[in-house]
Design a protein around this ligand. Structure first.
Ligand code: ZN
Ligand code: ZN
Length: 286
C-alpha cells in the first residue's frame, strides 16, 4: 500500500509503499511487488531512464542488481530486481542476507523515495512500525508558534507582570468542545453507557474532547477547518486513551463509530481506511 501522510512525514519521503512480508516470501527469498510497490519502482527507473532486467538474474547479473539505500543508515545494498517473464506482468525483488536485506516474516518492509530522489529500502517489526506512527494525546494540542502578551493579573485587577511569550498551540476553541458535550448529552460517543464521574469544576459528567481527524494534520486539509463541532467528539477518558493507544482492532472500532455519524468522506474528503492510517491502525496488506 502507498505511503500516506503519516509515513511521508516519518520518512521525509516524496512517495513510498509498504506491506507485510509473508512466510512464503521469506521461504522463497523473493518478494512479488504489489501494485503500489511495482508502480513506485517502475516510475522511478523510468524517470532515471534505466531499464529493469527481463528474465533470469543469471543472464545479466549487472543489469539485475539495483542499488538501494538501506534504512536507517543509508548503506548501499544491491538487490536483484527483475521481470521474470517477458510479459512483464510480475516484478520480483530478491531478498538476500549476503546482499544485506533479508527481512523476517511478519515484518513490514518498505520502499520510499526521499527528497533527493534516492530510493530507500527497509524493514522493521510491525509493532515498531505502528509505534512510529503513534498519535500521542499530546498531539491533540500541537503546532503554530505565535507570540502573545502574557499578563498575570493580581486579585485587584492590576497587571503584575506583562511580557511577550512564544506560545505553541493550535487556536482551538473551548466553546466548541463544550457545545459538543452538550450535543452528545454528556455521554461517551463510542458507548453511551460508559460510566462517567462528575467533574469537580463543572458538576457535569467528565468527558474528554478529541478531533476525529486529528488537528495536527490540519496543514494537509487545506480546504476545511478541523477545529469544528463536526470533527470534535467527546469520549470517556478510557476511550480517549484507547483511540490513541489501544491495539488496532479496538481503535478501529471506536474510529468507525465516530466516523459513521460524521460522514467523514463527504465532510473531510477522507476514507475510513485513510483515517485508520492517520492513527497507524490500518490493516497492512501482505
Ligand atoms: Zn485525543
Ligand atoms: Zn467510552
Amino acid at each position: 500500500m502507498k505511503f500516506g501522510i503519516v509515513q511521508k512525514e516519518l520518512f521525509n519521503a516524496k512517495a513510498g509503499s509498504y506491506s507485510i512480508v509473508t512466510e512464503r516470501e521469506v521461504y522463497d527469498s523473493q518478494i512479488t511487488a504489489t501494485d503500489a510497490e511495482s508502480s513506485l519502482l517502475v516510475d522511478y527507473y523510468t524517470s532515471k531512464g534505466e531499464g529493469i532486467h527481463v528474465g533470469n538474474v543469471a543472464l545479466d547479473r549487472q543489469a539485475a542488481a539495483k542499488p538501494f539505500k538501506l534504512y536507517p543508515k543509508g548503506d548501499v545494498v544491491y538487490l536483484n530486481l527483475v521481470y521474470p517473464k517477458p510479459e512483464k506482468n510480475e516484478l520480483r525483488l530478491y531478498l538476500s542476507s549476503t546482499a544485506g536485506f533479508k527481512p523476517e516474516k511478519g515484518m513490514v518492509w518498505f520502499l520510499f523515495l526521499d527528497k533527493d530522489d534516492d530510493i530507500w529500502i527497509g524493514a522493521m517489526q510491525e509493532r515498531r512500525w505502528r509505534e512510529k506512527g503513534l498519535l500521542r494525546v499530546e498531539d491533540d494540542y500541537p503546532s503554530d508558534v505565535f507570540s502573545e502578551m502574557d499578563s498575570t493579573k493580581a486579585d485587584d485587577g492590576e497587571d503584575v507582570q506583562a511580557k511577550t511569550v512564544e506560545v505553541k498551540r493550535w487556536r482551538r476553541s473551548g466553546e466548541i468542545a463544550l457545545k459538543r458535550m452538550q450535543l452528545s448529552k454528556f455521554k461517551c460517543e463510542f458507548d453511551r453507557e460508559h460510566n462517567l464521574f462528575i467533574a469537580r469544576s463543572t458538576g457535569c459528567p467528565f468527558l474528554e474532547s478529541h478531533h476525529v481527524v486529528p488537528i495536527r494534520f490540519q496543514p494537509h486539509f487545506k480546504k476545511v477547518s478541523l477545529d469544528t463541532i463536526k470533527n470534535l467528539c467527546c469520549l470517556c477518558p478510557n476511550c480517549h486513551r484507547a483511540i490513541h493507544h489501544s491495539e488496532e482492532s479496538y481503535a478501529r472500532a471506536i474510529l468507525a463509530k465516530l466516523a459513521e455519524c460524521r460522514d467523514i468522506e463527504r465532510n473531510f474528503s477522507i476514507s475510513l481506511e485513510d483515517l485508520f492510517r492517520l492513527y497507524s491502525v490500518e490493516e497492512i496488506v501482505r
